[in-house]
Design a protein around this ligand. Structure first.
Ligand code: FES
Length: 151
């Protein structure tokens, strides 16, 4: 072991070396954190997803008049109220994830990104999407609160 006093120049060199080592290790830790986060996003892991929470309060029954279709942004869903029931469709296009829009007075939905078209009940009418819009579970509570399960 070398107990000899070190010159200030030598101490400064060691300090720089330690600083460089810490910077390299810190960079590796940050890179691994970003890598794990991106893998989690790619795999669609719960908790890392940036979409709406699974159970969304969409409002009350009065917010959905009969024979209307209403967009609920918190759920990214289109809610239709007929005389008999409330239904909800996921507004996320099954092709590449754009949000579908209502398709004018003819009804149905159209994706603005690549032109996929869906019927009023989400059925696929025209690609490039290969699946229909996803039906979401929608419920009305006793106090007329409407909730949508988005996953
Ligand atoms: S994202 Fe909807 S058609 Fe491509």
């Amino acid at each position: 072991m070398n107990d000899a006093p070190q010159s200030p120049e030598r101490e400064q060199t060691i300090s720089r070396r330690r600083l460089l080592t810490l910077a390299v290790h810190g960079g590796w830790v940050a890179a691994m954190g970003v890598l794990v986060y991106q893998i989690g996003r790619f795999l669609g892991t719960e908790g890392l997803a940036s979409g709406p929470s699974p159970l969304v309060k969409a409002g009350t029954l009065a917010d959905f008049p009969p024979d209307t279709t209403t967009y609920v942004p918190e759920a990214r869903a289109w809610v239709h109220r007929s005389a008999e029931e409330l239904t909800a469709l996921d507004a996320v296009c099954p092709h590449l994830g754009c949000l579908v829009q209502q398709n004018g007075p003819d009804g149905g939905f159209r994706c603005p990104c690549h032109g996929s078209e869906f019927g009023n009940k989400g059925e696929l009418q025209r690609g490039p999407a290969e699946r229909p819009l996803r039906q979401l579970d929608i419920q009305t509570q006793a106090d007329n609160t409407v909730t949508i399960r988005t996953s």
